[in-house]
Ligand binder design. Structure first.
Ligand SMILES: Nc1ncnc2c1ncn2[C@@H]1O[C@H](COP(=O)(O)OP(=O)(O)OP(=O)(O)O)[C@@H](O)[C@H]1O
Length: 324
């Protein structure tokens, strides 16, 4: 396989195991979102990839072979704790990291100037890092992770603290890198962003991979959802549907004319049972298949703590539940 692969990687601190036999892959040109609540093990995994920590068990491979120190030099890293010198000007800072990367001074200057122009930092060359906006500090941080022309970017919460326009810019920069064939692994608590940017996600909960795959795969896995819109109040339809087995029914409009029905199984056909009930009660205007949002999927299914949830829809209660 091309790119990065972790197989069965475990890591403990003292007697506490924080990663349990983890599998993860990032191919060249692919953007993978790393999602998990606080303390799930994302940063630890990244440090293992970078070789800043060693694994107790398992293998980390690059292009199908055990990852070497040389391979790791081709990884650009944006650590969560960041690592810029607040009192150094932008251009000098990037040159400094390019020199550390092993470039000679004239090359380091060219690398810095190219990154300054491609990351939109023109005019800020002499500004001290501490005088930059957070968004521009993150751009410099990304520039620093790119000085070695990496084959893989590992970005620990690159969007944290950014305003919407800086988020959009950072997202664009990440997409550009992926389009150049760079694999990108980034962690984030902002699920809408992950949903927009990523080809695949890896969901980590308390050190265990709960799911990985494309977002579409995860969203349709094992369940299907249908929204039925009625011309009148759908109380009778909802009450009868809520009595069926393996079904969740929630209101999706305040006037109770729209009902969301979630069924076990990822059948793409409109369930005949639902149509029959709807027909019996009359007034059905439309029925549409609805995908779950990523945050709903994660908070309901995979993540035990630590991610922001959206407000839950009001469930339809059956007569027997209401009387309890
Ligand atoms: N050097 C260390 N010594 C002991 N425990 C550690 C060490 N580094 C991490 N841990 C523990 O490992 C667990 C995973 O931490 P990690 O920083 O990898 O999580 P994370 O998913 O990045 O969380 P966050 O989203 O809050 O940054 C946490 O319980 C943390 O306290």
């Amino acid at each position: 396989m091309n790119g990065l692969q972790l197989s069965g990687v475990s890591r403990s601190f003292g007697d506490r195991t924080v990663l349990h036999s983890m599998d993860l892959s990032v191919q060249r040109g692919e953007i993978v979102g790393f999602i998990g609540g606080n303390g799930a093990g994302k940063t630890t995994s990244m440090r293992l990839i970078l070789g800043l920590l060693s694994a107790d068990q398992g293998q980390i491979m690059w292009d199908g072979k055990p990852i070497s120190a040389q391979d790791r030099r081709n990884i650009g890293y944006m650590p969560e704790e960041r690592g810029l010198y607040p009192q150094m000007p932008v251009r000098e800072q990037i040159i400094h990291f390019a020199l550390l990367e092993g470039h000679k001074l004239p090359v380091a200057r060219t690398v810095a100037d190219d990154l300054i122009s491609s990351l939109g930092l023109q005019g800020r060359e002499r500004t001290l890092i501490q005088d930059l906006s957070l968004g521009n500090q993150q751009r410099v941080q990304l520039a620093v992770s790119l000085v070695g022309d990496p084959a893989l970017l590992v970005l620990d919460e690159p969007f944290s603290g950014l305003d919407p326009s800086a988020v959009a810019t950072m997202g664009e920069l990440i997409r550009e890198q992926a389009a150049r064939g760079v694999g990108v692994l980034f962690s984030s608590h902002q699920l809408d962003l992950v949903e927009r940017l990523c080809d695949r996600v890896c969901i980590l909960d308390q050190g265990r991979v709960k799911a990985s795959g494309s977002i579409t795969e995860l969203k349709t896995e094992g369940k299907s959802r249908w929204q039925l819109n009625f011309s009148h109040n759908a109380d009778a339809f909802a009450a009868e549907t809520a009595m069926l087995r393996d079904i969740d029914v929630t209101w999706s409009s305040a006037d109770r004319t729209s009902v969301m029905v979630c069924l076990e199984g990822d059948d793409r056909d409109i369930p005949t049972q639902l149509l029959a009930i709807a027909q019996r009660h009359g007034g059905l205007r439309s029925i549409e298949s609805v995908q779950r949002s990523l945050d709903e999927l994660l908070t309901k299914q995979y993540i035990s703590a630590g991610l922001a949830t959206t407000a839950a829809a009001e469930p339809v209660t059956t007569a027997s539940e209401a009387s309890k």
